[in-house]
Design a protein around this ligand. Structure first.
Ligand SMILES: Cc1cc2nc3c(=O)[nH]c(=O)nc-3n(C[C@H](O)[C@H](O)[C@H](O)COP(=O)(O)O)c2cc1C
Length: 222
């Protein structure tokens, strides 16, 4: 956590110095400007994970469960995949119209795309493909990485444009070190639908047993 606080402080200091050092020219004024410089293939928006035949059936298996996730570098995807295999859930991957390159995710550099986007609370990256219809689902697991203590802005795009109805929304995240903090509370405020549960942070290597125990306890309380 200390590492990220330090990085955040460095980033803020660097930003304040920019007008003085005359190197502002190369920094996009906005995420839109940055996007206009970027090009990339549009990825497939939907991913279905095959349920693992070796996984013992779980109490929630067969229920109307959906796992929605965004993952820029693969960690959250691994956790989402395990949750989907345990629960037998349908899966929807939030895919940006412009995929994030490795350079876009370099959080040690305050000029990179992900950090520029996080600096603007109103920025809404566009999602590729159509959004899922959540009406039929009782539970929605919602996964994302932590970016500067918050959910990536594309999660804002997602929650503002789907209707969770009365589904239980169960957030989860991966991060370098930070806990889930208030990231899910912000999403809940923006969503305005769904019954939001307390979220949890996992490492990408979390065991199936740990995940199953968490899922069972969450679903028992539902
Ligand atoms: C722009 C950016 C900001 C980040 N900020 C934090 C942070 O505040 N705290 C933290 O613990 N990790 C932070 N990380 C690390 C990611 O949360 C972590 O690598 C996560 O597992 C990535 O998930 P993904 O592979 O599904 O994209 C940040 C990563 C990026 C790219």
């Amino acid at each position: 956590m200390r590492k990220y606080l330090k990085l955040a402080a460095l980033a803020a200091a660097a930003l304040m110095l920019l007008p003085l050092c005359g190197c502002k020219r190369d920094i996009p004024a906005s995420p839109e400007e940055l996007y206009s410089r970027t090009s990339g293939p549009t990825a497939e928006p939907h991913v279905m994970f095959t349920p693992d035949p070796n996984v013992t059936p779980d109490p929630v298996k067969g229920s109307n469960t959906m796992v929605v996730f965004f993952s820029a570098s693969g960690n959250t995807r691994l956790v989402a995949q395990k949750i989907a295999q345990i629960t037998g859930a349908d899966v929807y991957e939030i895919v940006p119209v412009v995929p994030y390159s490795e350079g876009d995710l370099d959080y040690s550099n305050p000029e990179t795309r992900a950090t520029i986007e996080q600096r603007d609370p109103n920025f809404r990256p566009e999602i590729a493909g159509s959004l899922p219809d959540l009406a039929a689902y009782e539970r929605v697991f919602l996964g994302y990485p932590i970016w500067w203590s918050e959910a990536p802005r594309i999660l804002n795009t997602f929650v503002e444009n789907v209707d969770f109805g009365s589904a239980a929304v169960i957030p989860f995240c991966t991060s370098g070190m930070s806990d889930i903090g208030t990231s899910a509370d912000r999403l809940e405020e923006l969503a305005g639908s769904g019954v939001w549960y307390e979220g949890k942070r996992f490492t990408s290597g979390v065991s199936r047993d740990e995940l199953r125990a968490w899922i069972t306890s969450v679903c028992e309380n539902k």
